[in-house]
Every structure is written in C-alpha cells, then in structure tokens.
Ligand binder design. Structure first.
Ligand SMILES: *[C@@H]1O[C@H](CO)[C@@H](O)[C@H](O)[C@H]1NC(C)=O
Ligand SMILES: *[C@@H]1O[C@H](CO)[C@@H](O)[C@H](O)[C@H]1NC(C)=O
Ligand SMILES: *[C@@H]1O[C@H](CO)[C@@H](O)[C@H](O)[C@H]1NC(C)=O
Ligand SMILES: *[C@@H]1O[C@H](CO)[C@@H](O)[C@H](O)[C@H]1NC(C)=O
Ligand SMILES: *[C@@H]1O[C@H](CO)[C@@H](O)[C@H](O)[C@H]1NC(C)=O
Ligand SMILES: *[C@@H]1O[C@H](CO)[C@@H](O)[C@H](O)[C@H]1NC(C)=O
Length: 164
C-alpha cells in the first residue's frame, strides 16, 4: 500500500516530463522516430561490446529488427528489450525513459555501472525489470529503492513493479 502510494507521488513528474519531451518528435517516412532515437541513446552509453551486438543496431534495419528488441505487432513500438548476458559494459542511458511502450526490460549479467536513471519511473507500462548481476554501483531511484533493498534489486530474478 505505502509503496504504491509513493510510486504514484514520485513518478508523476517523470511521466509529465516524458509526455512533454516526446510530443515534439516528428515522424519521417511514417514511422515513429521516438523509439529509434531512444534506442540509439541507449546504444551511445555502451562503452564495450565484445560480441559486437550493437553493430546490428544500424540504419539498414528497422529498429524492430535490432538484436534484443521486440516490438508490438500492431504499432511498431518497442515493448521488450532483452540484452541479458551479452557482456556489455556501460551505463543505462536516461533515454530508456522514452521507450514509452516498454513492458519488459532485461539487462541481467552485464556490467552496467552507475545508477539506474530516474527516467525509468516514467515507463508506465513496465511490468518486468530484470537487473540481476549488473554491477550497479550508484543509487537506485527512490520509488524503486522503496520496493526492495539494493541487494534484493540486484539479486532478484525480476521485480514486479506497478507504476501509476
Ligand atoms: C518509502 O517508504 C517509507 C515508508 O513507507 C516512506 O516513509 C518514505 O517516504 C518512502 N520514500 C520514498 C522515496 O518513496
Ligand atoms: C510518436 O510517439 C510519441 C510518444 O508516444 C507521440 O507523442 C507522437 O505523437 C508520435 N508521433 C507520431 C507521428 O506518431
Ligand atoms: C547492420 O545490421 C545488420 C543486422 O541487423 C548486419 O547484418 C549488418 O552487417 C549491419 N551493418 C553494419 C554496417 O554494421
Ligand atoms: C532474454 O534473453 C536470454 C538470452 O538470450 C534468454 O535466455 C531469455 O529467455 C530472454 N528472456 C526473455 C524474457 O525474452
Ligand atoms: C529522451 O530522453 C532524453 C534523456 O532523458 C531527453 O533528453 C530527450 O529530450 C527525450 N526525448 C526525446 C524525444 O528524445
Ligand atoms: C554475472 O555477469 C557476468 C558478466 O558481466 C558473468 O560473467 C557472470 O557469469 C554472471 N554471474 C552470474 C552468477 O550469473
């Protein structure tokens, strides 16, 4: 009860910011650029990619075909991002918060240092957040921190969270 109340309080500003910041994105050639820009922002924070996975995230392929990306069938918006166990090194870009249709996020077994960006709170549809074994060193956004301890967060198989 108390955790859902605090989620509500802390996530509303993030949602408003999200709506505001994505509303001006223009679409070229009929597709929504918001998710592509967000994914490229995420990619930009990967500093080491020994398996060369991120090379598939390029212009010659629609982002729905990029490795680890799953889109909804009807609207071509990213609903899942699964990059587990790819030995990626980097940090989690705040751009993740612009993937507004994201339901599942799995970044387990990589080395993402730094903090989990507060922008994750703006992902209203997020159901599953898998951040196991990730070497997160920085602080956790307060609404998430209140759901479980840092230890639980990094060790859990998944954390069901409900935003708004
Ligand atoms: C976390 O929960 C505690 C107890 O319910 C509450 O006092 C505190 O304000 C909450 N903090 C945040 C950041 O939600
Ligand atoms: C793209 O998506 C954003 C965020 O969901 C939305 O605000 C915008 O209207 C969309 N643009 C087009 C052209 O569909
Ligand atoms: C772009 O990605 C595709 C797979 O998605 C890959 O086959 C191709 O080699 C990549 N192109 C470059 C320039 O990396
Ligand atoms: C994510 O990817 C891993 C490794 O490819 C796979 O084992 C797992 O089933 C995937 N999880 C989801 C939810 O797709
Ligand atoms: C996406 O997120 C970033 C970082 O949070 C922000 O600077 C940007 O304005 C957002 N909107 C778009 C459309 O990229
Ligand atoms: C944790 O992730 C690293 C890669 O970053 C991997 O080598 C290691 O096997 C993982 N450990 C567990 C317990 O899954």
């Amino acid at each position: 009860m108390s955790s859902s109340v605090s989620l509500l309080c802390f996530c509303i500003p993030a949602v408003l910011l999200l709506v505001y910041s994505t509303s001006s994105v223009a679409s070229t050639n009929g597709e929504n650029e918001t998710d592509r820009v967000a994914l490229l922002g995420f990619k930009a924070k990967i500093t080491h990619d020994p398996l060369g996975i991120m090379a598939s995230w390029n212009r010659s392929v629609h982002f729905c075909g990029w490795y680890g990306v799953t889109c909804g069938r009807r609207h071509q918006r990213v609903t899942e991002l699964n990059l587990s166990s790819l030995n990626l090194v980097g940090s989690i870009s705040p751009h993740i918060g612009n993937l507004s249709f994201l339901r599942h996020l799995n970044l387990a077994n990589n080395i993402f240092g730094g903090e989990i960006p507060m922008e994750i709170c703006g992902l209203r549809r997020l159901e599953r957040l898998i951040l196991r074994n990730m070497s997160i060193t920085g602080k956790i956004p307060l609404p998430l921190a209140n759901l479980s301890s840092l230890e639980v967060l990094t060790a859990a198989i998944y954390i069901p969270i409900k935003l708004i």
